[in-house]
Each structure stands twice: as C-alpha cells, then as structure tokens.
Design a protein around this ligand. Sequence first.
Ligand code: ZN
Ligand code: ZN
Ligand code: ZN
Length: 418
Amino acid sequence: MSHRLAPPKATSTKPKPTLKPPATKQKKSGESVADLLKHQTPKPPPQTFATATTSSNMQNMQILSRSRSPINKTLDKPVSPISSRESSMSVSESEYKYTVRNLPQHIATQKSFYSFLITTINLRSILTLKVNFNRTALLITSAPITPAIINQFRTASGDANITVDPINKKSLNTPFPKVPTFSVVIRSVEHDITEADIMNQNPILKINRLHRIISKKTNRPTPLIRVISDDKPTIDHLLTQGITIFSRVYDCEVSHPPPPTPLQCSKCFQLGHGPNDCPNKPICPKCPESHHPSKCTVITAKCPFCQGSHPAWSRQCPVIKETPITENTPFVPTKIIDPPSEFADRDIAEDPDSPHSDPNPTQTLLRQVIAFFAKILFDIFPLQKPKMQQIIEQASLHAFEIITKISHSGHRIRFSFN
Ligand SMILES: [Zn+2]
Ligand SMILES: [Zn+2]
Ligand SMILES: [Zn+2]
C-alpha cells in the first residue's frame, strides 16, 4: 500500500509534502515489562479547526487550559448549567459543576460537608466533592442542583449565606469531543483478584474500564492491571495514593508514553504539515464534500484515504497507521492539560473574597518549571519520550524533592504532583 495519503479532492500547486522512509526500526513490543506498560488508550483526533496548531513558536507553546465563563453570582436565575460532557457527537454521563461558597464553620471540612450532603440533605447525585480551606467547595453532581435544594442547604445548615453557583463552560460545540483519557497500571495484583473485585472495593473512584494485562510474550496474565479513566481526581489519587484492594494499598504507575502523534493538517488531513502551510483544497474528513467538519450531516463517516468507516483523522485508519514515523516526521506539539498555575481552582483562587489565593507560590513555580521542561524535552526528543520522562521524574525528585508523575493522552500530558 502506498505510504502517501492521497484524498480524491486534494489538488496541489506546490509539491505535496511526503513522509520520508524510516531511519530507525521501531522496537518490537512484547519484550519487557516496560513494553507491557505501553499506552493502549485510543488516541483522540490530533487537531480540530478550533485548536489547530501551527509552526509558529508562540502557538507551539500554547497549553490547554480550562475555559470557563465567570460564575453567575446571582441565584435569582434558574440554576441549570449545561452538562460539561455533552457534545453533538457523543453524549456521555452528565456532569453538573458548582462552586459552593460561605460554608458555615461546622460543615466546612471535607468530612463534615460530605456527611451533611449525604445524611442531612440526602443528596445522592454527588460525583466529586472537594472542600477547600477557605469555606468554599467544588461540587460535581450527576443531576442539577435545583433552587429547592439550595434552600435546603440554607435551612438545614442554619446559615442563609451559603451560595451555590454553576460553573459554565464557554463553548460546548466543539467539532470533535476531546475528553482525554489516561491509563494507569496497578502493580503486583495477585491472580485471584478480579477486575470486578477492584471495582467493588473502590466505588468512589471513577474508572472507565480496567483489565488485567496479558503478556504478549507468554500469552499469560501478568500481575499488572491497566486502569483507564478520564477523571482527573481519580488519576491523581491512583498515582499519588495508590489503590486499596482488600485492605492492602497497591502502587500505581503511569503507563508507558505513547508514540508521538504525527502532525496532520486540519484542512486537507494529509500528514506532515499544519493548516497554515496547507497547499491543498480543504476536504471534509467524513464525506466526499468540502464543507467544514462541523457542517457535516453524514452519520457514518467514510474515510477519504481508505474508504473505511472512520473519519480522516482516525488513528485507526490503516493508511495513517502504516505511515512511517522518523526523526524528521513533524509531530503535534505536546500540550499540557491543567498547567500548574491553574492547579488551584481558578474560580476560587481569583475570587477577591478568598483569603489565600495561592497557598504556596514557590511550589507552584517549581511545578511550572518541571512542566515547562517536560514539554520542551518531549517536543525535542519525540521518539525518546520514555527516557525523557525518566529524566524529568528523577530530576524533579532530586533537585526539588517533588514526586512528579506524567500521564499521557496522545500528545497531551498531565502532571500529578505529590
Ligand atoms: Zn493540508
Ligand atoms: Zn462532510
Ligand atoms: Zn482511513
């Protein structure tokens, strides 16, 4: 099969960029434990029109940050945030995010506010609760918090000053859903412990799925369990606290970094250049038309490269899979999810009423330095990510005494610090 991508509609005035043959052989997998840890999460589409990266240095440095509109501080309006996970393409479990403020002292701790919600209010839809030091809390639920429930908060706590404000996302209509999933590996899990045991023992963790890793070499079950989750607090918990199964704490490690994501044009979907350098006519990644992807109405996508039933950006496409990756292949720059400056809840940190905006600025600065160098190293040595990751983890431990774990979701990385 040809290694060059050639969609039917693409026309070119300049010579089409092609990918050079491989300079180095890819390592065979299945040889070691490290290989077993290889990231198997399906990769998200590399780019969208909205977030397409270009070769500009400024844009290469861009990082993914949470985009939020300012919190609506009045409670007169109906409290009905739109689910943060819904999009036109996939509707997963709904999530409603709120900032709770002015918690009275007697329910201003994690434990006391949790039992207040469960026992006193009988709120059964809690997905995540994080009570902060400054009498505020982040509350994520699977059902909306109605004004009636907010009234209950006030009467039951004896404090009329409690406010519950929805956190709304700026934009909900991205062309492709891009919820990053991360993979974590639990070590040394005895063979009589089943996947269901682990789930049942940890009902609070939000795990998308998990499975025991089978050795490619021996075809036998290993002591390793792979856990896939898109819930960041769950990932942080696993990496920093481990996981408890039958009263024993098992260590968790990040998965082996995935191979770099080749740069794919968001206009013509050829590999090797960005949309700003595109010499071709734009195409729709899902049908033979040339409209913007968000305008596409087809239900089953048809790949312009292989005619398979996936969009042109799918990493499942055999044409993309077989394209050789070399030192000279242009890659999608690494993006940092939740960069360290924003690890504190931004809405609360920026609240002028909040007494402690940044509890430890030095720590935040060191974390920023670690994240910055990790991004730089991954971008300079995209084919040596595992080695770079080791260097970063060791350096941050020895130089700053910070335990750093880096999770990967395609070209996006996220840090769990201890
Ligand atoms: Zn192009
Ligand atoms: Zn279309
Ligand atoms: Zn295809």
